[in-house]
Design a protein around this ligand. Structure first.
Ligand code: SAM
Length: 397
């Protein structure tokens, strides 16, 4: 059901949102402020989902406004800097639901749009249409004829198109895998991806204009990563820094529907070695800078889990596709050291320890000291300059 909200109700709320983004330092540009004021976000989020953490398997509850009380709380949420899950899908074989689309929180979206550094007349390709809200902001700022947006999910694209049309916007939308870009309308001055990727697809490099800019969230298998602002510096190369502030996104799906994760390889049957480490496995938690650096030292398909062992210890386990594994006690002994067991051909924890040493040598660098050079063949992460310390980004086979 779509409730009708009068302009006199939502406009002051959009105003308050713009004020808040302004005060919090997210919004600086009058043109983007005008877009926030003009585009009714509630039209793009008639329903949102929250996770019911008490059910097993986890379920998502849909919320739709239907009376004055729910309309009020829905509008408060919609006109606040909050990410709202807008689509869930069920794995056919296991009755588990996963979030597959969301309306990204407006503070992050506006920061990205400002970092996109657009000018009148530029053509922008958005990857991840989702609700269509961001496409509407872009269309308001640049004119619909300059905006192109794709999503892997045809249902999302159709729904977004209806909403955009109702509001008088007509960007070109397509239901395709964003990894292919949108060759029919290339080249683009700007590409903005609102889903996270392991690597920059070669098509984006070739579909970007010389000196064009792509904003891409690069994320490794441990879920650590951040946005990069990549300039097209040569026909097959984009290059640039990670942004100083952090934002996270849903990972790119290879097909519509929920993505099945990397299969869990069988653990190597080799007899494990046991030793101690001073590196706390909690350092790998979260999606931030040290786990990101550690990922650069680990094989691409690495999996991490945290569980309680039969004898009651809480452990972090790393497992690689070649069967190598490492199990590290989360609790230290009285000397502050953590017990490590590992087996298999790849010394996984030793590689994390190497990363930890580099992290200390580089003085725990902030995000913007890292950068990325991506060609159609290879990706290299660097520190401070493309000629500084560098690491190949482990890519899927
Ligand atoms: C965070 S949501 C996008 C939010 C959107 N920009 C908005 O304003 O509502 C991420 C979107 O990326 C889409 N996506 C995931 N994998 C994709 C792919 N391979 N190609 C294109 N879109 C993809 C998802 O379906 C989802 O809608």
């Amino acid at each position: 059901m779509t409730v009708s909200v009068p302009e006199s109700t939502w406009q002051p709320m959009a105003h308050r949102l713009a004020e808040r983004l302004d005060t919090d330092g997210d919004l600086h540009t009058p043109a983007w402020r005008a877009a926030v004021l003009a585009v009714p976000r509630h039209e793009f989020i008639p329903r949102y989902y929250t996770q019911d953490t008490t059910s097993r398997p986890l379920r998502w509850t849909a919320h739709e406004p239907h009376d004055p009380a729910t309309v009020g709380s829905w509008l408060d949420l919609v006109y606040s800097p909050t990410t709202l899950i807008t689509e869930v899908a069920e794995f056919a074989d296991r009755g588990v639901q996963a979030a597959v689309s969301s309306s990204t929180k407006p503070d992050l979206m506006i920061r990205m749009l400002e970092a996109l550094d657009v000018a009148d007349g530029m053509n922008v390709l958005e990857i991840g249409t989702g609700t269509g809200y961001n496409a509407a902001l872009l269309a308001h700022r640049l004119g619909s004829e300059h905006v192109f947006s794709v999503d892997i999910d045809p249902h999302l694209v159709d729904t977004a198109r209806d909403r955009l049309t109702r509001l008088g916007y007509s960007p070109a939308l397509a239901a395709v895998d964003g990894a292919d870009g949108l060759p029919d309308h290339a080249p683009y001055d700007r590409i903005i991806a609102t889903c996270a990727l392991f690597a920059v697809p070669p098509t984006w490099i070739t579909q970007l204009r010389p000196d064009g800019l792509a904003l891409v969230h690069i994320e490794g298998p441990l879920g650590a990563g951040n946005l990069t602002a990549l300039r097209h510096v040569a026909p097959d190369t984009v290059q640039g820094p990670f942004l100083p502030w952090w934002g996270c996104f849903m990972r790119r799906r290879a097909e519509a529907g929920p993505t099945v994760g990397t299969p869990r390889p069988t653990r190597s049957g080799d007899t494990p070695t046991t030793r101690h480490t001073t590196v706390d496995p909690a350092q790998l938690d979260g999606g931030q800078r040290f786990p990101f650096l550690a990922q650069l030292h680990l094989p691409h398909g690495i999996l991490r889990s945290i569980w309680r062992s039969d004898d009651g210890r809480i452990v972090t386990e790393l497992r690689a596709q070649d069967g190598s594994w490492a199990e590290i006690d989360r609790d230290p002994d009285t000397g502050g050291r953590h017990s490590v067991q590992e087996a298999g051909p790849t010394p996984l924890w030793a590689q994390v320890e190497t990363a930890w040493q580099q992290w200390a040598d580089l003085d725990a660098p902030p995000w913007h000291e890292f950068g990325l050079t991506a060609t159609t063949e290879r990706h290299t992460v660097w520190h401070r300059s493309p000629d500084g310390p560098q690491w190949p980004l482990p890519l899927p086979d």
